[in-house]
Design a protein. Structure first.
Length: 255
């Protein structure tokens, strides 16, 4: 690993960067769908038993819009509180914890039953960067990040991992605060200004921008004009639908 790595070893879109930090869910592993499904079951059950006063706020959790806007990229507690508050429910911490705990049990059961795969395009990019000697880190608010990477068979591609357990141990604030990404870059020994952050969550993209990272790559798995625009609005320099696009010779799409 060499932070002063010649730029010619980097894919064209990442030139000028000496290291890369990637989020896990939805970027490396196809696990965001499992998280979203678990959140939906937990939130919908709570809304049925504790309906908001406003009938318009009783609609079920949307696995695309609500997930991306309120919970994606955040810790379980922060995500649970944000969504419930969006429905007019400001709850005691113990009650929010109960909803988050329900989601955790559902997610764990689904992960162990169905497993999870890494996105092929991401694996291609990781292997190319690894071959070029580029330091790589995974950073995630999830306490399951190590398990997810192991399940997907890509843990050995990373030089550092900062997961939800580490974040709690170090008392790192959640996204959109950049602390998680800054910790990961620090473990690689590369300044944020020379490090690229790769994220699919709006909170994560915003964290990369706030942290002064040299490049923020947004991953738009939803592939809609709206989600692409939101990633750009939150601070992405480049938006791709799949990370294999960063390996092409052509410039990546920008805003």
């Amino acid at each position: 690993m060499n932070p002063t790595q010649p730029e010619t070893a980097m894919p064209r879109a990442l030139r000028g960067m000496a290291a890369v930090v990637l989020d896990t869910d939805g970027v490396i592993t196809d696990s965001a769908r499992l998280h979203a499904a678990a959140w939906k079951t937990a939130f919908d059950a709570y809304l049925r038993h504790h309906p908001p006063a406003d009938p318009a706020q009783r609609r079920p959790f949307d696995v695309r819009e609500d997930y991306l806007r309120y919970v994606d990229g955040k810790s379980r507690m922060d995500g649970a509180a944000a969504f419930l508050e969006s429905r007019g429910l400001r709850l005691p911490a113990a009650e929010v914890q109960a909803v988050a705990g329900s989601k955790e049990r559902l997610f764990t059961a689904r992960l162990r039953e169905h497993g999870v795969d890494a996105y092929p395009g991401t694996v291609r990019l990781l292997r190319a960067l690894r071959s070029a000697g580029v330091p790589l880190a995974a950073a995630s608010a999830s306490r399951h990040a190590r398990e997810l990477l192991e399940h997907a068979g890509v843990l050995d591609l990373f030089d550092a991992l900062v997961d939800g357990g580490e974040a709690a141990r170090l008392h790192l604030p959640g996204k959109p605060d950049p602390a998680l990404f800054l910790e990961a870059a620090g473990r690689l020994g590369v300044p944020a200004s020379r490090t690229a952050v790769v994220e699919d969550a709006l909170a994560g993209v915003e964290a990369g921008r706030r942290g002064g990272f040299g490049l923020v790559v947004g991953v738009d798995r939803a592939r809609t004009p709206q989600t692409r625009a939101e990633l750009l609005e939150h601070g992405a320099d480049v938006v791709v639908r799949d990370l294999a696009e960063l390996l092409t010779d052509s410039d990546c799409p920008k805003g």
